[in-house]
Design a protein around this ligand. Sequence first.
Ligand code: MG
Length: 263
Amino acid sequence: MKQILTAIIFVAMINAGAKAQKPITTWNKNQVIAHRGAWKKNGFPENSIASLKEAVKIKCFGSEFDVHMTKDSVLVVNHDPNFQGMSIPNSTYAELLTKKHANGESIPTAEAYLREGMKQKTTKLIFEIKPQKLGKERDLYLAERCLQLVHKLKAERWVEFISFGYDICQYIVEKAPAMKVHYLTGDVEPAKIKADRITGIDYPMAAFRKNEWFAPAKQLGVVLNVWTVNKVEDMNFFLDNKVDFITTNEPELLFETIAARKK
Ligand code: MG
């Protein structure tokens, strides 16, 4: 009897889990990913909560942000490994809090950033895991911590990972095969990306201009994204080549460019 009861509870728990993971279908349908949030037009700091909110407000498909780890292993959002002149990997989180962004925000933790992003269901959170240049072990520890955070907050449906670290991408594929992860460096052909079960190539413009990768990527079902595209002529080139996403510092201009093509 006890075994049957345990089995019933187990099945009920699985069903509850499945219900909680019901896919979100309200994501904005466009190619626009705001690089470090939508900061430029309004003069917000890059990678600030304000820039994330703006990307949501202007209806980007995604808002990209960069995650580093402090000396005391707190995940924080910033582009460079330095925040206001302080080395992130060599500072504690408390030390980083002694400085502020120009708009008065403190450096956001990745947790605060995700919690803010999860208040809405229209803009995806494009989570870049930054290699730490402190060896593979530290990078994989960072990847593990990032993944744990996403699981803790149940943020899986909001987040797509990106990284310059191939080891980091492979770690995500292995530990969270249902999650999306895109490789950034631009040096691996689509066939290998596909074979390694990485979701997409999110490459610099030059990598696409140098290599014939649009057609093979599409054929293989490898998602195409390009960074950082800020000029109209480049936007049109990549839209002509039907990339899935364009990462830009000028999301408003990309929206205008897309709208102009429909006229
Ligand atoms: Mg980035």
